[in-house]
Write a new protein. Structure first.
Length: 318
């Protein structure tokens, strides 16, 4: 019924991708969810409880069992949503709502802006407390510049993992793959193997999540590189050891914003040292604002790029 009320060209897959993603992103930026009431965040409470039950039995604590148990809980949830959308009259609206939920960052940008102002006003403890609810690393001993660095890296990685990758899978597959990735990503975040208690059950989930992230990260990186060509940046990305989506993105952003990222981290009391990425200039507080400014611009360009690729793949005539 809806299709008969709108022009024929508006139902082209490329236009639907552009329209649905654009509306979902605008909703996420303007009507943000608090973590306490976000549907995916509520599922995370169940994930943590499930993980605790599995690791309580050492002889059964393995990644396959844990992932399988989580899927047994999540598949019925996705199946119910699929059934509701199949019988709904305005399917694209419901798909847009699901995409909006899948893009949720729980006021991440607002938190980064608050951290910036706290540091500028020398309110270090407030900055640490705000950052602590968004990252897994230890924040108690971070200096003001350490807080700024952790905030910048959080913005970079969470933006790509929670939005860019979700948009990629929605544009080139469907909402169910995008939603499944987001649920898997949250599961990997709950069972982060950097924490010793989750090491036994978190590796498999983290590996699968990383595999799903690579195609989107590569496309997003190529887009940025085209507009910000830099031989040193390319050399660092290509020659870096133990390349992951995180190291790739930090090296990319480090050169674009002219700051040094990565290095020493502290997780659960353990000191971890990683190669320094990006330029050789020390990160400053204003780099937070620069990342906040650049990301919406690149996000718009990425949405247009994905829509263009869908248009090329499906053809102009249909």
């Amino acid at each position: 019924m809806l299709d008969s009320l709108i022009p024929h060209w508006l139902t082209h897959p490329a236009f639907l991708v552009l329209g649905i993603i654009s509306v979902a992103v605008l909703l996420e930026y303007q009507v943000t969810w608090r973590k306490a009431v976000h549907p995916i965040a509520l599922l995370n409470l169940l994930n943590v409880r499930l993980g605790q039950l599995i690791i309580a039995q050492p002889n059964r604590a393995n990644g396959v069992l844990a992932l399988g148990s989580a899927l047994l809980l999540l598949v019925p949830f996705v199946a119910i949503l699929w059934f509701i959308i199949q019988i709904a009259e305005f399917q694209h609206i419901l798909i847009g709502v699901l995409l909006w939920v899948s893009l949720g960052q729980w006021r991440l940008r607002h938190a980064a802006k608050r951290i910036y102002h706290y540091i500028a006003q020398d309110k270090k403890q407030l900055a640490r407390d705000t950052l602590n609810s968004f990252v897994l690393r230890d924040t108690a001993q971070l200096s003001p510049l350490g807080i700024a660095k952790a905030t910048t890296e959080m913005l970079i990685l969470r933006h790509v993992y929670q939005q860019i990758v979700v948009i990629f899978w929605f544009a080139f597959t469907n909402i169910w793959v995008a939603l499944s990735y987001r649920l898997l990503y949250e599961l990997a975040a709950c069972w982060n193997p950097k924490h010793a208690q989750w090491l036994g059950i978190g590796k498999l989930t983290s590996t699968l999540t990383r595999i799903l992230q690579w195609p989107a990260v590569i496309l997003y990186s190529l887009m940025i590189i085209v507009f910000n060509p830099n031989k040193q940046m390319l050399q660092q990305i290509i020659t870096s050891k133990n390349t992951t989506p995180a190291t790739w993105l930090l090296a990319l952003y480090g050169w674009v914003i002219d700051a040094q990222l990565s290095g020493a981290y502290s997780y659960a009391g353990q000191r971890i040292r990683k190669p320094k990425l990006g330029s050789h200039d020390a990160l400053k507080l204003d780099h937070i604002k620069r990342v906040l400014f650049l990301q919406p611009i690149w996000l718009c360009a990425y949405i247009l790029l994905c829509s263009l690729i869908v248009w090329l793949l499906t053809g102009v005539a249909f």
